[in-house]
Design a binder for this molecule. Structure first.
Ligand code: CO
Length: 134
């Protein structure tokens, strides 16, 4: 069911410093800062030849990234995103398999303007999984 790896998201304490490291030391193509108030994050996407890296920083009160950065003050891998063809079919199948979908269970529009859902990390070997309808 799952398709390509769309991105790996890394929570970072300093977005500009992390972006500068990727563009400088790693020589990557780094995009512009995007605010996503609905998700409580500020993001920068880095384009790699075969996938993307999403640098994440908290935005506003109650950001879902804030607690993660408290536990991981120097940053760390926060989630991975897989593409699916049909996000509602994927959700129904996963729920039938006993997986927990976070939030209301209804897809939200993600950073690429496409519907996304998150799956509980305890159901997936300790990894927060984002599904994006490609
Ligand atoms: Co993501």
């Amino acid at each position: 069911m799952i398709g390509r790896l769309n991105h790996v998201a890394i929570a970072v304490p300093d977005l500009e410093a992390a972006a500068a490291q990727y563009s400088g030391a790693l020589g990557a193509k780094v995009g512009a800062v995007q605010d996503e108030p609905e998700h409580g994050v500020r993001v920068i996407f880095i384009e790699l030849p075969n996938t993307k890296i999403e640098l994440l920083h908290p935005l506003g009160e109650g950001s879902p990234i804030a607690g993660f950065l408290e536990k991981n003050p120097s940053g760390g891998i926060h989630h991975i995103c897989y593409e699916v063809d049909d996000i509602l079919a994927a959700r129904d199948r996963l729920q039938a398999e006993g997986a927990r979908v976070l939030g209301s269970g209804e897809p939200k529009i993600g950073a690429h303007g496409k519907p996304v859902l998150f799956l509980h990390p305890k159901d997936f070997t300790g990894t927060l999984i984002e599904l994006e309808q490609a």
